[in-house]
Design a protein around this ligand. Structure first.
Ligand SMILES: C[S@@+](CC[C@H](N)C(=O)[O-])C[C@H]1O[C@@H](n2cnc3c(N)ncnc32)[C@H](O)[C@@H]1O
Length: 275
């Protein structure tokens, strides 16, 4: 059994987006409106899957599907078949409900399954995507080996992951708290594990600015300021100024600084199954 951070929804995302079933960052390109997280969520998936040529009828694995938003977007956009897996029962139920509501049960199957030990046949998938899920898992090497096993030869994996670029123990602990995983690793460790699993990196994109930083900025402008305004109305200006410190420091300012310093990065990585 793997060691994983078990969460039904992550606080990191519920702070910003109570109603959404996307448990991932937004992606803001230069030309995009600043206030639309829903559009930024879709843009994120578009940017991540750019390196895969997904076609109607292809079979895609969504590894760590959360509330199912990614699987639904994949099926609607490409007409592909999606197997969405998640370890956490609540997420599986939520994803199944979203799939039902979207009327996509003919294209999407949701399974409660551990990515470390998947029950799919070898050489089953045409593509694998993993959106901000692998950084939650301790035994990444086994996950990459499993991905290599279930992915057809010469087919592609697209992964969006948080990477930690610091050796300092204190920074590691801070990052673990703010990004809700104590299993984040650095890019070099990832590269070695890809290589050992027979996955060859074909592209690597640092999207920290477009994703983590811009999403925290969005959170600060919208929900966070709304919350503070409500408190000011209810309790007056002293509470308003107090909350500026109390809320912004732990929820936004510190994790944003870790990203701005590139201590914590977000990367879009594409690998081919070269075995
Ligand atoms: C940050 S959420 C991302 C969810 C989804 N990919 C999305 O973008 O909306 C990470 C997800 O990975 C799942 N996860 C963590 N460890 C896992 C494991 N060992 N096997 C399968 N899923 C796992 C968590 O339950 C959680 O739903």
């Amino acid at each position: 059994m793997t060691t994983t951070n078990h969460q039904s929804t992550t606080t990191l995302y519920s702070v910003f987006q109570e109603e959404s079933s996307h448990f991932h960052q937004g992606y803001w390109a230069e030309d995009m409106q600043e206030d639309r997280l829903d559009i930024a969520h879709v843009r994120y998936l578009q940017e991540l899957t750019k390196t895969l040529s997904i076609k109607t009828g292809d079979i895609v694995l969504d590894l760590g599907c959360g509330g199912g938003a990614g699987a639904i977007w994949l099926a609607k956009t490409f007409g592909c078949h999606v197997h969405a897996i998640d370890l956490v029962a609540d997420n599986v139920l939520r994803a199944r409900k979203s799939v039902q509501n979207a009327n996509l049960e003919n294209l999407i199957e949701v399974h409660q399954m551990d990515a470390v030990n998947m029950s799919f046949a070898s050489d089953f998938f045409d593509h694998v995507i993993a959106v901000e899920s692998i950084y939650h898992i301790q035994d990444k090497q086994s996950v990459f080996k499993e991905i290599q096993r279930v992915l057809k030869p010469n087919c592609y994996l697209a992964i969006a992951d948080y990477l930690l670029e610091s050796c300092s123990c204190l920074v590691r602990q801070l990052a673990a708290v703010f990004f809700e995983s104590k299993y984040m690793t650095g890019i070099n460790e990832h590269y070695q594990m890809f290589k050992d699993a027979g996955l060859q990196v074909v592209s690597e994109l640092d999207v920290t600015e477009e994703t983590i930083i811009r999403t925290f900025d969005w959170g600060k402008r919208t929900n966070y300021s709304l919350l503070r305004t409500m408190l000011r109305e209810a309790y007056g200006p002293i509470v308003y100024h107090l909350t500026s410190f109390v809320f912004s420091l732990p929820i936004i300012t510190l994790p944003r600084k870790l990203a701005a310093d590139k201590t914590v990065k977000m990367e879009f990585i594409t690998c081919v199954n070269s075995n």
